[in-house]
Design a protein around this ligand. Structure first.
Ligand SMILES: *Cc1c(COP(=O)(O)O)cnc(C)c1O
Length: 489
């Protein structure tokens, strides 16, 4: 299957591209991104057949339905990376927290956050394409804390790929920062910038679109790509776990096959939620997708009132920093799917030039037939963490936001799959504060006190970070990013 562009075609880009082209060069005409020309219909037969399938078997068949131009042996190698998750036979466990609330844990990979779900296989696919084409790639990533470690982990020491990873200095947890700055491989460059995540993401977008930067890379014989969820190579792996978790509910006999469920997604760049949206369009029985945000509640405003309005907003730091995002890239793919390329281009251009756009009444009601949204402030989030812990479930502050959406966004008593996007180890000071009231703790102390409170041990892969040597020491202003990256190459 081929891929088309969310903002229409400018006469210079091809009208449609293969999957491999879309992931190697993810930016399309007018700054748009790529989407599948049509979504495959899975149908009841497909789902029924996979009720008892393992994660890899299901993945293989979902990918096959997209008819992507990736060799089966490469797909096999990519999916084999799920074998290194905590439980190779079940990389995405589903925990029952209340009668109708189930948590799909997406964090059992090497960097303890949900980004591994897609980036692990994506790294293998991309590196193999680069080798096959005998080309060298620079992968740029902007991170609010979890994409960075996951991208570095998946690409480290892979052939034909170098990574430059931008993170907001001070905008991540200690553990996230250590996961990045202790990565010591010749093909990795980690750059802290003075600014917030949107600054990092804007710098990334500017470089990806910059002709002069590309020309300089060309001289070095290097192509440019991105590992953020603008890349469809991530999205395709993110629709699978929605299907898997639904089938798990059927397997557990918590629902009957065909029953509708709510998907409840802590959202930032909207890649996770978009995966759920596509799964729904492909035939997964979903009542609605609940979009949970933190105080950076631009998605709630969009879904409740049809307004994407950044004019009075600036990013605020919260205790769920992976969701401290105002320009949520993957909303564009939903706009395209619902309203087409012309309208999407209008919206996106207006967002760039005037910092807002507004859905009309009909468009808004289309949105609301699929999504419902609410946001959760830090204090409320801590209460959810504390209450869930009292009920025997330990969760991180991102996951907590969807516990609020579970309370406020459902209008039917249907089973709900909430997604847990990070392990407790990644955001320990907030959790320790929620559980014990202690403040100003550094990650290491907080980890210890949670471990004690919950009577569990700190995973070795987290503990070891604190003794590792810092290999990546660059912290610069945004205007120096280009220079720094060229020097690294
Ligand atoms: C990336 C991330 C999110 C947001 O996911 P999106 O796909 O960008 O919406 C939420 N929680 C955690 C812990 C993350 O790492």
């Amino acid at each position: 299957m081929n891929f088309i562009e969310t903002r229409g075609n400018d006469g210079e880009h091809p009208l449609e591209v293969s999957f491999s082209s879309a992931i190697l060069a993810p930016i399309a005409s007018y700054g748009g991104i790529y989407v599948p020309k049509a979504l495959p219909e899975l149908g009841d037969d497909f789902l029924q057949k996979h009720v008892n399938s393992g994660y890899k078997t299901l993945s293989k068949d979902v990918l096959a339905a997209f008819e992507i131009d990736i060799d089966p042996d490469v797909i096999d190698e990519a999916l084999s990376l799920y074998d290194d998750f905590d439980d190779a036979s079940n990389p995405v466990p589903l925990a029952k927290v209340k009668d109708d609330l189930f948590v799909s844990e997406l964090y059992h990979g090497p960097t303890r956050a949900f980004k591994d779900m897609a980036l692990q296989p994506f790294g293998a696919v991309l590196s193999s394409l680069a080798q096959k084409r005998n080309e060298n790639y620079l992968i740029m990533a902007a991170t609010s804390g979890d994409t960075g470690p996951a991208a570095l982990e998946t690409f480290k020491n892979r052939a034909n790929v170098q990574v430059a990873c931008l993170y907001p200095d001070g905008g991540t947890s200690d553990v996230q920062r250590l996961q990045m700055v202790t990565e010591d491989a010749k093909n990795l460059k980690v750059i802290g910038i003075h600014g917030d995540f949107d600054d990092a993401q804007n710098a990334l977008k500017r470089l990806l679109g910059s002709a002069t930067f590309k020309a300089q890379l060309k001289e070095k014989n290097i192509h440019l790509s991105a590992a953020n969820s603008v890349n469809f190579g991530r999205i395709i792996f993110q629709l699978i776990y929605h299907i898997y978790s639904y089938l798990e509910l059927v397997r557990m006999e918590s629902i009957n096959f065909g029953d509708k469920v709510y998907l409840d997604v802590p959202s930032g760049n909207f890649g996770n939620a978009l995966g759920g949206y596509y799964a729904m369009k492909m035939g997964l029985p979903v009542e609605k997708i609940l979009i949970a945000s933190n105080k950076n509640n631009v998605l709630t405003q969009l879904i409740k009132f049809g307004q994407y309005d950044l004019r009075e907003m600036s990013v605020v730091s919260t205790s769920s920093p992976a969701m401290d995002i105002l320009k949520s890239s993957n909303v564009e793919r939903v706009l395209f799917d619902l309203f087409g390329a012309q309208r999407t281009k209008e919206f996106m251009f207006q967002l760039d030039s005037e910092n807002h756009y507004e859905l009309n009444a009909k468009e808004l009601s289309q949105f609301q037939s699929i999504f419902s949204a609410d946001f959760c402030e830090d204090e409320e989030g801590k209460k959810y963490i504390k209450d869930a812990f009292a009920d025997g479930y330990l969760m991180d502050p991102h996951t907590a936001t969807c516990f609020k959406a579970y309370d406020t966004c459902r209008d039917k008593p249907l089973a709900t799959i909430a997604y847990s996007t990070a392990e407790w180890t990644k955001f320990s000071p907030t959790i320790a504060n929620a559980l014990t009231g202690e403040t100003d703790t550094h990650d290491l102390d907080a980890l210890k006190s949670i471990a004690k409170e919950a009577n569990i041990s700190i995973p070795a892969i987290i503990n070891e970070l604190f003794d590792k040597e810092i290999a990546q020491k660059t912290i610069i202003d945004k205007q120096d990013i280009e220079k720094e990256i060229l020097a690294f190459l």
